[in-house]
Design a protein around this ligand. Structure first.
Ligand SMILES: Nc1ncnc2c1ncn2[C@@H]1O[C@H](COP(=O)(O)OP(=O)(O)OP(=O)(O)O)[C@@H](O)[C@H]1O
Length: 362
């Protein structure tokens, strides 16, 4: 079922949690809502689930206005970050209990199969006889997620369901979660503050900030066409380089100290203050493109690659080089890394409280 939010507002006392959220999750889509703590992610989910009422705006599920529909009748299954399990029941009973409720009752054998499949996926098959008190936080979180996924639902609402897992398990679960039949078939609204997770899972991603969705798009949209400098900074590590300067009469970029000049891929009025965005993986010591003369500032080994930071006058430019290419580089060594102009992103300069917007070719 599709999920549509139109201009949803929600305040708690003086705190505005949602400030006109517009969201359109398509039927069967895996949609990631990404944003920092306090951005309004959980409130958005609760509003869809019917656990919070919007002060203004509408929520539709499957094209139907949910205004007068009780949470229980919305047909959505929600997993909270703080997981509620029955402490005195076994893991198996916790998992199967949604399938014993009048609404979702399944024949015992079918319920057992379904629980078995979900437990297998979540790697908790060996824990079915234990009680929640005998589990680690990560295991408890997986049981809570399992309780959601066993249920037939019109939509899954998942709030950071992998946050308590260690990095390795999280990575594995990410892949498996998306492969689960029920998830593939069911519209899923997934909340996270982890950009890697959003890029890995989301058919589309909505970036939320201060109770508003600032950008919705595919991972390519968000990566190559970020709405503003803050979205650009949120995705990718090492972080995107954002170099301040002005546009010259010739339409090129020049840093304030004149040490760095770059051709721009878009036409911008001369004199405009801009930030040029350069992703660290779009700079190369060996590839073609516009060469930039600088000196090595610092190098840091990242496994098989090396993060090299180069000083160009007063600016720093960081990039990722193959270990072989960066071997032997020492501070103050001259280098001439290259960047292709078509990979540069151009933003308006940041203003207080207002990240610079990306400038598009018109
Ligand atoms: N029950 C509540 N009472 C008062 N303020 C609340 C309540 N729930 C949320 N808020 C406030 O609303 C804003 C949005 O909160 P929300 O929990 O939706 O953010 P979030 O993006 O899910 O953050 P996190 O990742 O930290 O859970 C925050 O400023 C929060 O403090």
């Amino acid at each position: 079922m599709s999920i549509t939010l139109r201009d949803v507002h929600k305040a708690y006392g003086r705190t505005t949690a949602l400030d006109g959220v517009r969201l359109d999750v398509r039927e069967g889509e895996f949609f990631c809502l990404l944003g920092p703590s306090g951005a309004g992610k959980t409130t958005t989910l609760k509003t869809v689930a019917g656990l919070e009422r919007p002060d203004a705006g509408t929520v539709e599920i499957g094209g139907r206005d949910m205004r007068d529909v009780e949470p229980y009748d919305r047909g959505v299954a929600m997993c909270f970050e703080s997981y509620a399990l029955y402490p005195h029941r076994s893991v198996y009973d916790n998992l199967v209990s949604p399938l014993r409720s009048p609404r979702h009752r399944l024949p015992a054998a079918e319920a057992r199969d379904r629980v078995g499949a979900v437990a297998e996926l979540l790697g908790i098959s060996g824990l079915l006889d234990r009680s929640p008190g005998q589990l680690s936080n990560g295991q408890r979180q997986r049981v809570a997620l399992g309780r959601v996924l066993v249920r037939p639902a019109r939509a899954f609402l998942l709030d950071e369901p992998l946050s308590h897992l260690d990095a390795k398990l999280r990575q594995r679960m990410r892949a498996e979660l998306k492969a689960l039949g029920a998830v593939r078939r069911t519209t899923t609204l997934y909340v996270t503050h982890d950009w890697v997770e959003a890029l890995a899972l989301g058919d589309r991603i909505g970036v939320i900030r201060d109770g508003r969705i600032v950008q919705t798009g595919t991972r390519e949209d968000i990566w190559y066409r970020p709405y503003d400098t803050e979205v650009a900074r949120a995705f990718g590590r090492p972080r995107i380089n954002l170099l301040p300067g002005v546009v010259t009469e010739a339409g090129d970029f020049r840093s304030a100290d004149g040490a760095l000049a770059l051709p721009l891929p878009v036409r911008v009025a001369a004199g405009t203050g801009v930030l040029v965005g350069v992703r660290p993986r779009d700079v190369s010591l060996t590839g073609g493109g516009h060469r930039i003369a600088g000196t090595v500032y610092v190098t840091e080994v990242l496994g098989r690659s090396v993060e090299v930071t180069v000083r160009i006058g007063a600016q720093h430019l960081s990039f990722v080089a193959a270990r072989g290419d960066a071997a032997g580089l020492r501070p103050d060594d001259p280098v001439r890394p290259a960047v292709r102009p078509e990979n540069l992103l151009v933003f308006e300069a940041d203003r207080p409280q207002c990240p610079g917007r990306r400038i598009e070719q018109r």
